[in-house]
Design a protein around this ligand. Sequence first.
Ligand code: MLT
Length: 268
Amino acid sequence: MITQMSQPFTVHLLPAHLQPSELTGAVAVVIDLLRASTTITTALSAGARQVLPCGDVESARHRAKDLPAENVLLGGERGGVLIDGFDLDNSPPAYSPELVSGKTIVFTTTNGTAAIERVAAAARVLIGCFANLNALLSVLIRDGRPVRLVCAGTAGEISLEDVLCAGAIATGLWQSLGKPEVADDQTVLAMTLYQAAAENRETYLHMLRNSRGGRNLQRLGLGSDILFAARWDQTTVVPEYDQTTAALHVPVERQPEPETHLNPLSID
Ligand code: MLT
C-alpha cells in the first residue's frame, strides 16, 4: 500500500509537464540552474532591491523605461550572451554587490524567466539552485504545502542540469519527511540522477559540464559559470515572486536560519 505523503512533492521535467490545476495551493520552485536561477539568487544575495522577470527583450526595455534610470539595470541573455544595449549578461558572478546593490534588475532570459511566468499562479513561487539549496529546503519544510519542482529546460527540451538540481531538492524533502514511498516517475528519475551524481565531486561536475546547459556554456567560453553554479549553500537568500508587483525579492521576515537538511557536496 502506498501511504499518503504528509507534504507531497513532485518534479516536473519541463514547465509543459505541469498542469495549471497542479499549481493551486502549491509552492512552485523554478529551477534554471545554468543560469537564470543562480543569477537571480546571486543578484538578490548581493543586495539588489528586486529582480523584475520579463518574458521578452522588448517588454524588458519598456519596463526599464518606466523606472528611474539611476536605479535600474537591464540584465539577461539571448543565445547565452549579452543583449544589445543591456548592462549585464546572465553570468552570476557579474552581479556583484558593487554593481547591483540597491538596484532594480529588469531581467530576461531565454527559458528561466518564461518558466517563472508560467507558474506565477501558484500559491507561492520561489527560485531554487545549488547556491541556496539548504535555505530553500528550510523554507519549503516550514511552509508545509505541496511542492512543485519545475525544471525550466531549454527551448522545450529537458536539461539534465535542472533535473539534477530538482533531484537534490526532492531528495532533501524526501529525507526530511522520513523517506516515504515516491510514486511519481519524473520525481524518481530526478532523485535517482541526483543520487548517482552525489557519489563524488568528479561525477557531479562531469554531469553538469556534459548537460545541455553545460555544453552550451563551454561552447561560449563560459565554463567558469558552471563551477559557480555547482557550489552549494553560498547564500540563505531564497528569491520569492510577488504577484502584486511582479517582482522577485527577498522577503526579510521569512529568511531561514542556516540549517543543513542535505549534506552538501564539497566543490572547492
Ligand atoms: C535561460 O534562461 O535560458 C538560461 O539562463 C540561459 C543562459 O544562461 O544562457
